[in-house]
Design a protein around this ligand. Structure first.
Ligand SMILES: Cc1cc2nc3c(=O)[nH]c(=O)nc-3n(C[C@H](O)[C@H](O)[C@H](O)COP(=O)(O)OP(=O)(O)OC[C@H]3O[C@@H](n4cnc5c(N)ncnc54)[C@H](O)[C@@H]3O)c2cc1C
Length: 285
């Protein structure tokens, strides 16, 4: 912020939406963990800020009839420690716990993380594997996005329009499913080189549901469709999970970067997929 910054701190969502309508150049501020960096690097200018932190309705966490509701302002620390989330979707708490350090987790929010769409972030693979929906509003309309269906549009780009404010996420929870999440980072709690979320369900000893999402490797998180298809109908033996993780490794595109070769990252996609699938199988009720 500079002495020239115009700073708004609305008490309600309606006020925030109207402020955004009147000030289309304004930047929404939640935890300021990513904005702080962007501003320091000169990538965004914080001339007009709409700080969402006083809007208490954006902080709710609840579970109702198979759906977990998480308000956009819920911090990573709240997600890590919430009894409701630990009970209904423990891999989301596991993912939150692996975000940076406790200072960042105390401030950073799930809504900010979704809007920011960092391809190495920890929530997106869990949200896409579970097929969560993201909800937003503008001054005139409300919107619902399916994470599996194009919410994470591109490198650091979500589907949220400039006039929209993310309000919440809804995550469908199946009590019959087992859930797994694995992350590999440069250092503990650093951004992911690879992270994988896996969900499995069985009936009469055979796999009836498999969802696998890999992130950290491409511009957006990627769904491993071929491996998911392969697992259906199998008994989820060690051999089935090994074969599935080889298929994930073969089908998932990985980027090259100066620190991590394509070969290493791709091999880690296979290793982490297998670990996430084993975790999901062990988590089956
Ligand atoms: C050192 C460091 C390490 C990190 N490590 C990790 C990590 O290991 N894993 C990980 O997943 N993340 C990591 N992060 C990112 C962290 O999770 C951020 O908190 C998160 O990406 C952004 O959330 P925020 O609430 O701070 O958003 P802000 O910084 O406030 O905003 C980010 C962007 O989202 C927009 N925005 C914010 N809220 C909304 C809303 N409700 N509706 C619409 N747009 C909105 C803002 O205008 C801005 O463009 C790290 C960040 C830092 C600084």
């Amino acid at each position: 912020m500079t002495s020239e910054t115009t700073y708004h701190r609305p008490d309600s969502l309606d006020q925030a939406c109207n402020l955004l309508l009147e000030n289309p150049e304004a930047i929404l501020l939640s935890g300021c963990q990513s904005l702080g960096l962007l501003s320091k690097e000169g990538i965004v200018s914080l001339d007009t800020i709409i700080d969402l932190n006083r809007i208490s309705e954006l902080r709710e966490i609840s579970y109702n009839e198979g759906s977990l509701h998480i308000g956009a302002l819920t911090t990573h620390r709240d997600i890590e420690t919430s009894q409701t989330i630990q009970t209904n979707l423990p891999i989301l708490s596991t993912a939150a716990k692996q975000i940076a350090d406790v200072q960042i987790r105390n401030a950073g929010t799930i809504g900010g993380a979704c809007a920011y769409a960092d391809p190495t972030a920890d929530y997106p693979p869990v949200l896409m594997a579970t097929n969560a929906t993201v909800h937003s509003v503008s001054a005139t309309d409300s919107f619902e996005y399916t994470t599996r269906d194009g919410f994470f549009v591109d490198y650091y780009q979500s589907a949220i329009g400039p006039e929209e404010i993310i309000t919440s996420l809804n995550i469908p929870i199946s009590k019959n499913a087992g859930y797994g999440f694995e992350k590999l980072a440069y250092r503990k709690n650093d951004r992911a080189i690879v992270n994988v979320a896996a969900i499995l369900e069985t009936k009469n000893g055979k796999c009836t549901r498999s969802d696998i999402c890999v992130a950290g490797v491409w511009d957006t998180p990627l769904i491993a469709n071929e491996a998911m298809e392969f697992l259906l109908g199998t008994q989820l033996t060690d051999d089935d999970l090994s074969q599935a993780s080889t298929i994930v490794q073969d089908e998932i595109l990985v980027c090259d970067d100066p620190l991590i070769s394509v070969e290493y990252r791709s091999a880690m996609v296979g290793v982490l997929s297998k670990k996430a699938l084993i975790m999901a199988r062990e988590d089956l009720p």
